[in-house]
Design a protein around this ligand. Structure first.
Ligand code: ADP
Length: 313
């Protein structure tokens, strides 16, 4: 049996408090709601780390949680999912990251994000996690710039490939200070923010990818294109990989699941195009189910989708 690839995710964990409201209250107003609310575990890092595990990878998660009820619930979920939680730090002086999300009947969201413990992840926390000797480092931009840079340069020193998902969009992040990456993967919005080019068609994707190349050195640039699939550029050749048709009900965590799947299948096969197709399958399955963690597909579900649709990776 093949030894599973080990992916170290150094990133964020949040609890999302999702309120379905009839309208947004005015200042000083108390609004009685007949709608519902839900606490949904999320955070880009946690979504990716769980996705890696469900897809058959060995998933090591390094993050900071607060010493509170949300932190404890999330910690237990990660353990139950089978993540390696040895490098999750419980911070007695911080709250667990919280996204307070108000959703109006027309679907419009208003989100307030309290990063809490996420922005207290230290260089020492990160150094400790590298003991696991990962096959790759996976990150997003939901922790501090210093944490991202430190983890990236540590991986670089140890010759561990780095996969960076560019979400959430942060125009001030100094991409040029990063070491060379294996894969850099922004979505459409992040691509436009970093390059000023909307990747709306293959020509614009190529122009945007060439601009990204000027900002950050990577072996592969993989632009996530929502319902259009993804675009891969290796500095010379490009591939437009169309999305797989599904009934899309909720795009939450689709990008996180996509990048996790891309990373894992790339490590397993060494083939970026195959990994892009695999990630498109995982992204499609993630949008066809509601929620963050609940929408992340298992390896068995992915294999069934591939077989049922006779997909050739
Ligand atoms: P993000 O969540 O970061 O904005 P995207 O919306 O681009 O990322 O979605 C990530 C991936 O999920 C896409 O590259 C694609 O593979 C898949 N995906 C997203 N929306 C759809 C859709 N409507 N139909 C099929 N696949 C989708």
């Amino acid at each position: 049996m093949l030894i599973p690839k080990r992916i170290l995710t150094v990133s964020s964990a949040n609890m999302d408090f999702v309120m379905s409201v009839s309208k947004i209250p005015q200042g000083g107003e108390t609004q009685l709601e007949s709608g519902t609310y839900q606490f949904v575990p999320g955070g880009k890092g946690a979504n990716s780390a769980v996705a890696v595990r469900r897809l058959g990878g060995d998933s090591v998660f390094c993050c900071r949680l607060g010493k509170d009820a949300n932190g404890s619930i999330m910690h237990n979920i990660y353990k139950k999912e089978g993540l390696d939680t040895r490098f999750i730090v419980v911070d007695p002086d911080a709250v667990t990251g919280l996204g307070a999300i108000m959703v109006e009947p027309n679907g419009q969201n208003r989100i307030i994000l309290f990063p809490g413990a996420n922005v207290r992840l230290t260089r020492e926390d990160i150094d400790a996690s590298f003991i696991c000797r990962p096959d790759a480092l996976l990150m997003q931009l939901e922790i501090t710039q210093d944490a991202v840079m430190h983890a990236a340069w540590t991986a670089n020193e140890k010759e561990i490939p780095i996969i960076l998902d560019a979400g959430p969009a942060n125009p001030d992040f100094p991409l040029e200070d990063l070491p060379p990456l294996e894969i850099f993967s922004p979505n459409e919005t992040e691509t436009e923010i970093f390059t000023g080019i909307n990747p709306s068609n293959p020509d614009n994707c190529l122009r945007a990818a060439m601009e990204l190349q000027k900002l950050v050195t990577a072996k592969y640039y993989v632009i996530k294109l929502g319902g259009r699939g993804c675009y891969i550029y290796d500095g010379k050749y490009y591939h437009c990989l169309p999305a797989y048709g599904v009934n899309a009900v909720d795009t939450t965590a689709a990008g996180d699941a996509f990048t996790a799947a891309l990373t894992l299948e790339y490590l397993r096969s060494g083939d970026i195009v195959r990994a892009g197709r695999y990630a498109n399958v995982v992204g499609a399955l993630a949008v066809s189910k509601k929620g963050a963690l609940p929408s992340l597909p298992t390896e068995a579900l992915v294999n069934k989708f591939i077989a049922d649709k006779a997909i050739r990776l």
